[in-house]
Design a protein around this ligand. Structure first.
Ligand code: GLY
Ligand code: MN
Ligand code: MN
Length: 429
């Protein structure tokens, strides 16, 4: 791992909170992500499954975590199964956790090699009233590729056919949506690295650079600061490319007069930052670009103020829509009549602002959380309104990451340049 390890107390506390929500007598089982095949004998870089990381801190393939708080054998109440290393693995792949290291990293006292799993699991599950399995319950998840936890679920259901099966996912969504101080500190490190990359880009950008050169500057700054890499595929979109919401080709030359929309974030210790900034290629916004930029900035600030305990995501998006509507009228993009006659189910502003304003952020960039529950202190949301005008070859989105507290919001990206004057001054240096 490139990052400094997180102290095990976080994972001990996370397991404690998980156990408090688990049914009496139940056992819960968590698997690592698969090592995804790329071609021939090669794999994509391994990324730990976020829930097992959250509960154990173990960042290694093929790990299995079993939590069984009421197990009659106390030593089996928390158990980790690890891939057993050997000389061959050490030479070809490098270091893997020893049992002692896994204990230190996770705070779990009982560590077995994977080959012992069948027999130990039999004992644990024979004395469990139900088995909680960890499936991907993201509403937008859709993939024909079966993943490790899903394959495991089929095996368990076949083998323990008379057990009741429970769902870890709703518990994990509830737990992970509220960030502890330690998690916020780790996320801030991801954001600090992201800020350094943005400042580097401000100094680097000039007419004639290509989008991938900017991407390269960002990647360089990420890696030299211990980020694992990008938390998601970065969007470096100059001129009209900015109106393609998921543009990731990043292969266009940035021309004098264009604005570049850049949406990127570092992944540090498996936590994500998620930033969007827009800058003028030549260092100076035109009046029109400035007007659109400042409209988006006002919407962002108004939206940030609505991220308060008790608000709901649904109501929030509706309210942000009203603010955006006024700005689009001021910019001459919508008329009062269009707004008056709009179909409330498909508001007119959606023509220029077609995505949501906020999503949960944490271990995953689009983190898990209950979208239908009220907002609470400890949640981290992005705030990212945008205005996209293909006919003007201009797209502006501004995105910061916001922590909700009882005493108001904390903008975790408050130190990242955002005002037009600030950006122009830094680019003029
Ligand atoms: N970077 C992905 C998003 O902003 O949602
Ligand atoms: Mn985002
Ligand atoms: Mn983003």
């Amino acid at each position: 791992m490139k990052y400094h390890p997180i102290a095990k107390e976080l994972f001990i506390e996370n397991r404690k909170r998980f156990k408090a929500r688990l049914d009496q007598g139940a056992s819960a089982i968590f698997n690592s992500n698969d090592e995804m095949p790329r071609c021939g004998d090669a794999h994509f870089p391994f990324r730990q499954q976020s829930d097992i990381f959250y509960l154990s801190g173990i960042d290694q393939e093929q790990t299995v975590l079993v939590i069984s708080p009421d197990c009659p054998l106390p030593q089996y109440r928390e158990v980790l199964f690890l891939r057993k290393t050997n000389e061959h693995i050490a030479i070809w792949e490098g270091h893997k956790y020893t049992k002692e290291e896994a204990k230190q990293a996770s705070g779990i006292q009982t560590i077995f090699w994977l080959e012992e799993m069948d027999s130990v699991l039999t004992v644990i599950l024979n004395h469990s009233s139900s088995i909680f399995l960890n499936l991907n319950e993201n509403d937008r998840y859709s993939s024909p590729v079966p993943y490790r936890d899903l394959r495991f679920a089929h095996e368990i259901k076949e083998k323990y056919a008379s057990h009741t099966i429970g769902r870890c996912a709703p518990i994990m969504a509830e737990l992970r949506s509220i960030k502890s101080d330690t998690e916020v500190a780790v996320m801030k490190e991801a954001m600090r690295i992201t800020e350094m990359a943005f400042r580097r880009v401000l100094a680097f950008t000039k007419p004639g650079v290509t989008e991938y050169e900017i991407e390269a500057e960002i990647t360089h700054e990420f890696l030299r600061n211990r980020a694992t890499g990008h938390a998601y595929t970065p969007i470096i979109a100059s001129g009209p490319s900015a109106c393609v919401l998921h543009y990731t080709e990043n292969n266009r030359v940035c021309n004098d007069g264009d604005v570049i929309l850049m949406d990127f974030g570092a992944e540090y210790a498996n936590y994500a930052a998620d930033l969007t900034r827009c800058i003028p290629v030549n260092g100076k916004f035109t009046q029109r670009q400035k007007d659109v930029y400042n409209a988006v900035l006002r919407v962002m600030r108004a939206a940030t103020a609505m991220l308060v305990p008790g608000n709901t995501i649904e109501n929030y998006h509706k309210e942000v829509g009203y603010v955006m509507e006024r700005e689009l009228i001021s910019l001459g993009l919508l008329t009062e009549t269009e707004v008056k006659n709009q179909n409330p189910a498909a508001p007119a502003y959606k023509k220029y602002f077609m995505h949501g304003t906020s999503h949960f952020l944490g271990l995953d960039v689009h983190d898990i959380g209950d979208r239908y529950a009220p907002m609470q202190a400890g949640m981290v949301f992005t705030c990212e309104p945008g205005i996209y005008i293909p006919e003007e070859g201009l797209g502006i989105r501004i995105e910061n990451d916001i922590l909700i507290t009882e005493k108001g919001q904390i903008d975790l990206m408050a130190s990242i340049p955002i005002e037009v004057d600030e950006i122009e001054a830094l680019m003029a240096k």
